[in-house]
Ligand binder design. Structure first.
Ligand code: ADP
Ligand code: MG
Length: 156
């Protein structure tokens, strides 16, 4: 995998380091998820954005393994989320089909978020800019197709 670091600067913010990682297959994306997970603590929320099939759930699976989750990590299909037992409870929420955070949704998510839980939230590529009520968001991950099994993962 290829790792490069760029400095992104916009006029109204201080320069922020953005990491880009290119992976060549799902195992590498899982490994990146594991590396990310090793930096997390209870109460942290990670947003993962990207197209359908980009590899969001794959990244979350790698992260969950690192966090000691042993049950299968799959897309929450019929519910908005699921919580996996582990040394620290890990929540996995999929808001892919939700294009706007309405007033009710923070309540829907309340079951999955909290100071003792590490949470991963999957979003569509154009994720909403309002994240009120989601707790302490520590990372934004964006995954893009880069041809074949290659993916570009961007961390901010
Ligand atoms: P999403 O949750 O973004 O819809 P998934 O993680 O469920 O995506 O699915 C990603 C699919 O792409 C899986 O079938 C996976 O095996 C495949 N894939 C191929 N290359 C990669 C890669 N580099 N990283 C992640 N997934 C990949
Ligand atoms: Mg998914």
């Amino acid at each position: 995998m290829t790792l490069r670091r760029e400095i992104s600067e916009s006029p109204d913010t201080t320069p922020a380091a953005v990491d880009h990682v290119e992976t060549a297959g799902p195992a590498e994306t899982e490994a990146i998820g594991a590396r990310l997970a090793a930096t997390l603590r209870p109460g942290d929320v990670v947003l993962v954005a990207g197209e359908l099939g980009a590899g969001k759930t794959t990244l979350v699976r790698g992260a969950c393994r690192e966090l000691g989750v042993t049950v299968p990590v799959t897309s929450p299909t019929f519910t908005i989320g699921q919580q996996y037992p582990g040394p620290v409870p890990v929540s996995h929420i999929d808001l892919f089909r939700i294009d706007r955070m309405t007033e009710e949704e923070p309540d829907l998510l309340a079951d999955y978020l909290g100071p003792d839980t590490i949470a991963f939230i999957e979003w569509p590529p154009a994720a909403p800019s309002e994240h009120a009520g989601l707790g302490r968001i520590v990372r934004h991950v964006r995954i893009q197709h880069a041809g074949g099994d290659r993916r570009i993962l961007e961390f901010a």
